[in-house]
Design a protein around this ligand. Structure first.
Ligand code: AMP
Ligand code: MN
Ligand code: MN
Ligand code: MN
Length: 277
């Protein structure tokens, strides 16, 4: 078996439809794929239909990546094995998405004050469901206001950008509870990508475990051996399981693809043991 438990479709900030994503995963020999769109369960139905009509054996795990607010700032929680019909989860994601559109309007106003018109119109015409900063970066590139997406984050919408708008995400403990009530497992996504010192990151992992979090991602692109080793120590200390995934968004980046992430020690307690039977 080959798995990937973290990726995005065009229902959030991925470039591909669920159908194209599943086909690409199958072409890459993946047998178990979790679709984990930002704050949305909407792509799952199409992903499952695509898997059923695919000429290769591929199973879809129902997933989601929820933006959450912890005492250490914004974190991303991947829910795996969630019931996509769960009302509490659906309703909370819906209100988070309304807040995302409000943030997009505020970012647009700041961009207008920087002399940049047309971003909100671009979003209304192009966003399928969940609006993210990736879309805003893409709008800025297509409107020829920046040369590439990295510049958009650096100049405008990243942590030090001129059009940055803070957002209050759902509280971490609520996100973990919602995932559990929907029958899923809560996974702390890409722990080393948050702007935290090692000390703060160790407190975050401790808090996540204390709130009932189930697992941490321990392999994803850009994670080196030393950091993986560091995570391994903290995982063990708090008795968390492990998960892994590519966090795939677009096909045209050479160094990322579905199923592509560093090899993980197979003796570690893995969420796939609970998800795959
Ligand atoms: P949002 O959840 O709307 O704040 O958007 C966050 C998304 O933007 C992440 O999931 C990434 O896909 C993308 N992102 C964040 N920072 C960067 C960056 N520096 N360069 C490119 N993409 C980024
Ligand atoms: Mn993203
Ligand atoms: Mn993320
Ligand atoms: Mn992601």
């Amino acid at each position: 078996m080959k798995y990937d438990f973290h990726c995005h479709s065009h229902f959030s900030d991925g470039a591909l439809s669920p159908h194209a994503l599943v086909q690409r995963a199958a072409d890459n020999e993946i047998t178990h794929l979790a679709l984990t769109d930002h704050d949305s369960l909407s792509g799952l139905e199409q992903a499952i239909a695509a898997a059923q009509s695919c000429d290769k054996e591929i199973r879809i795990i129902n997933g989601v990546e929820v933006s959450a607010m912890s005492e250490f700032g914004e974190v991303h929680i991947v829910g795996l094995g969630v019931d996509p019909q769960n009302e509490a989860l659906i309703n909370n994601l819906k209100s988070q998405n309304q807040a995302r559109w409000q943030r997009a309007e505020k970012i647009n106003s700041k961009l207008v004050r920087c002399g940049i018109e047309g971003v909100f119109d671009w979003l209304q015409a192009n966003v399928v469901e969940v609006v993210t900063r990736t879309h805003i970066a893409k709008a800025l590139v297509e409107l020829e206001k920046v040369s590439d997406m990295q510049q958009a984050f650096k100049k405008f919408i990243g942590r030090k950008g001129r059009a940055k708008v803070a957002q209050e995400w759902l509280p971490l403990e609520l996100v973990i509870e919602l995932i559990h009530r929907a029958g899923g497992m809560a996974v702390l996504a890409h722990p080393t990508r948050y702007p935290l010192s090692n000390r703060k990151l160790s407190y975050l992992i401790e808090a996540f475990a204390a709130e009932g979090g189930d697992a941490i991602e321990m392999s994803y692109p850009s994670l080196n051996k030393d950091k993986m080793q560091w995570l391994s120590i903290h995982r063990e200390k708090h008795n968390l399981m492990v998960s892994a995934g590519s966090d795939f968004h677009y096909p045209n980046l050479k160094w990322t693809d579905l199923g592509r992430f560093p090899f993980l020690d197979q003796s570690l307690p893995h969420v796939l043991e609970k998800l795959v039977n």
